[in-house]
Ligand binder design. Sequence first.
Ligand code: XMP
Length: 314
Amino acid sequence: MLDAEKFIEEQIEKISEIDGKAVVGCSGGVDSTVATVIAGKAMGDRLLALYVDTGYMRKNETDKIDDILEHMGINHKVIDAKDEFYEAMGGVVDPEEKRKIIGNKFIEVFERYAEEFDADHLVQGTIAPDWIESGDEERDTIKSHHNVGGLPEKMNLKLIEPLRDLYKDEVRKVARELGLPTSEKQPFPGPGLAIRVIGEATPEKTEIVREACAITEEEIDKAVENGEIERPWQYFAVLLPVKTVGVQGDKRAYGHTVAVRAVQSLDAMSASFSKISSEVLERISTRITNKMKDKVNRVVYDVTNKPPGTIEWE
Ligand code: XMP
């Protein structure tokens, strides 16, 4: 059993002995936030946390992360890179190409700010399952490393990985000990909402899926709190590249289709669709179509397991 308090103290002590400056990419996920806060407590202003708003973040996510880092006293910068990302994604429909463009753009933006800060270390929220599979078991908590996580080799940053011996449940325990509200967050893919807009992820379509995801999350969270359903492992909405006919008042409408996805899983390798009650599904559908009356007139529920489907649609 991990003693979270002791773990935090030990890591802070270890990291505070490191000379120089460090940057950390804080996505707002549990792992990167915990690593950021521990490193921040150890290094103070010698750490700069970078949060890149790609434009494909969840509703209110950027403000939430900003608040958490502010509250924790972490030296941080919220980088508004929305326009840059939207421009790079213009006209791109292939899922793999979308992922690649986002990954590369992220590195480009991150690198720009890291260089400006003159950092010689990079903090990462790597946890045990991330490296065990690669068989690299001899690594120490703090070690020299190049070309990490797709970051260009010329950055030549030494790596600090305070969570590398922990498993997800232990990271959540540390997050709770640190008082982080992100401790129970569901997974969110690196490319963000861009892969939840099927086809070209335009700013307009991204707004629709952002709202649909927020409603899906809120309604499912409420249903879980009321004891109506078991909490799914992951739950979100997808905007399909399909328009269908509907009625709005007494007029014909022609609007977008949203798919709601909720799955149970242990490790994301396989998953089964959540058997959510039709009452909850109805509330999600009604709220989405009411909120975006002129845009969305059809909501469907994905009843596919993984395999043969994947959890995300792209
Ligand atoms: P799939 O769709 O492959 O997803 O069944 C499995 C889990 O991984 C998440 N996911 C990602 N996470 N970067 C990430 O950090 C990514 O590019 C990415 N793509 C998918 C997905 O949300 C699910 O939890």
